[in-house]
Design a protein around this ligand. Structure first.
Ligand code: LLP
Length: 433
């Protein structure tokens, strides 16, 4: 459920007319619903209420400082994957002491930064990494808290590029006690937990259950042997992309027979709680997409409707540099007009951006209400892995970001200026004639 809906014929985010935001701040612009984020967070927390849960928001999904502060205010900690993300947490006033640091290639400088900030745990992906963290911790005269990331070799049944829990993925350590025994031998490491993450955009609870069932005996054993205190089950809960706008209404969910309902946090919690509760450990979750995905839209303006020989092309002012998911993962994003007019005929078109390559295509042969030059559309479910994956390809500036709260909204990141884009670049003296 989310808070994007038509009021009259105008698409709103909470009580704000999205066209008003586009008018004021231009397009392409990401708009986030603070209330949807809060609802998602509380709903997930409630669905695991039987456990001692610590939600570490996977900030790679959306790391705008305003979004991070909102999460910090809700009580969330963070799952971070770089020194840059750690600095964002600190800049937003987030709690580094309850946050975890993941990733297969943490540099010495990043490890140092994280030790100094006092992170909750380093999620370790290999034996060389254990040695590196031990080395840096020794230099600082500290003990580094670590958790071993286990690769449970489970198929998450999601897109190949976002599957992480199979043995031929680069992530994690195979399920064997040896890695933990090895970790326990380092003088500057403190073994605190076990972590797993099998993939993203999972639409059923089954792979989570399979992975947790595989890893739980190992976790219990480490608790006995080393007194570990936590088990992180990662992120990965999927969201609705296909029917995104309609799924905002409770009625949409109620109309679905239970077997056809997309994975809900309640179903996730009900499946995992009985498996995890007997461990008697703190349970960490690292959700990204579930918390912010349906809480954001990308607003764009129609440049032209180009009528080709065999098909139509709806050319927008947003492009693959603003939202790369369709080009990169063949991902589906629902595209809806900001002004609904049911009297207009439908239009079938490829929906494309202005970038100079054919991959800059958001949707092929999509049918939507006819829209013409200057009119506005919204990409639904664009709150996760939207802005954070944006680039400046074709020297296009990064888009703007706006946060909505009830009837208020504020620009939380202005559209990038051309001067900023080129600020660090210079012509070397040997080219100056
Ligand atoms: N924990 C770890 C260790 C992860 O690698 C990830 C995501 C998460 C948590 C959060 O997963 P989530 O709850 O968001 O599914 N750019 C892709 C998704 C990449 C996910 C990477 N890892 C996309 O746009 O679909």
């Amino acid at each position: 459920m989310h808070h994007f809906h038509y009021a009259g014929q105008k698409l709103h985010c909470e009580s704000v007319d999205l066209a008003a935001i586009a008018q004021l701040h231009g397009t392409p612009t990401y708009v986030y619903s603070g209330l949807t984020i809060a609802d998602n967070y509380r709903r997930l927390a409630a669905s695991l209420a039987g456990l001692d849960v610590q939600i570490c928001y996977a900030m790679k999904a959306n790391s705008n400082l305003a979004v991070l502060r909102h999460f910090a205010n809700l009580g969330a900690a963070f799952d971070l994957v770089s020194g840059g993300e750690l600095r964002r947490v600190l800049a937003a006033g987030g709690d580094a002491h309850r946050s975890v640091f993941a990733g297969v290639g943490k540099s010495e400088a990043e490890i140092r930064l994280a030790l100094e900030a006092g992170v909750f745990g380093f999620h370790v992906e290999s034996e060389p990494e254990l040695a590196r963290i031990n080395h840096v911790a020794g230099q600082l005269g500290r003990k580094a808290p670590i958790a071993i990331r286990i690769n449970p070799d489970v198929d998450a049944h999601t897109h190949a590029k976002i599957t992480t829990g199979k043995s031929d993925n680069k992530f994690g350590i195979p399920l064997k006690v040896a890695a933990a025994a090895y970790a326990a031998k380092y003088p500057h490491l403190e073994l605190k937990g076990v972590q797993m993450h099998i993939g993203s955009q999972l639409t059923s609870a089954a792979p989570f259950i399979e992975a947790v069932e595989k890893v739980v005996p190992f976790v219990a054993e480490l608790k006995k042997l080393y007194g570990i205190t936590y088990f992180s089950v990662g992120g990965g809960i999927g969201i609705v992309y296909q029917d995104a706008l309609a799924s905002g209404a409770p009625a949409w969910w109620d109309a679905k027979p239970a077997a056809e309902r997309p994975l809900t946090p309640e179903a996730y919690g009900a499946a995992l709680t009985p498996l995890l509760a007997p461990l008697g450990l703190k349970i960490l979750l690292e959700p990204g997409r579930f918390l912010v995905g349906n809480a954001g839209v990308l607003l764009a303006r129609v440049e032209h409707l180009k009528r080709g020989a065999n098909k139509n092309f709806l050319v927008l002012d947003a492009a693959m540099n603003d939202l790369v998911r369709p080009a990169m993962y063949e991902a589906y994003h629902e595209i809806v007009p900001l002004l609904r007019d049911t009297t207009r005929p439908a239009l079938k078109a490829d929906i494309v951006g202005p970038i100079c390559e054919s991959g800059d295509c958001f949707a092929k042969d999509r049918t939507l209400q006819s829209v013409g030059e200057g009119e506005l559309v919204a990409f639904m479910s664009a709150g996760a892995y939207g802005y954070t994956m944006a680039s400046r390809y074709n020297t296009r500036s990064l888009p703007a970001e706006v946060l909505v709260s009830g009837s208020r909204f504020e620009l939380v990141n202005p559209r990038e200026k051309f001067e900023t884009v080129i600020a660090g670049e210079k012509i070397p003296s040997f080219l100056k004639t």
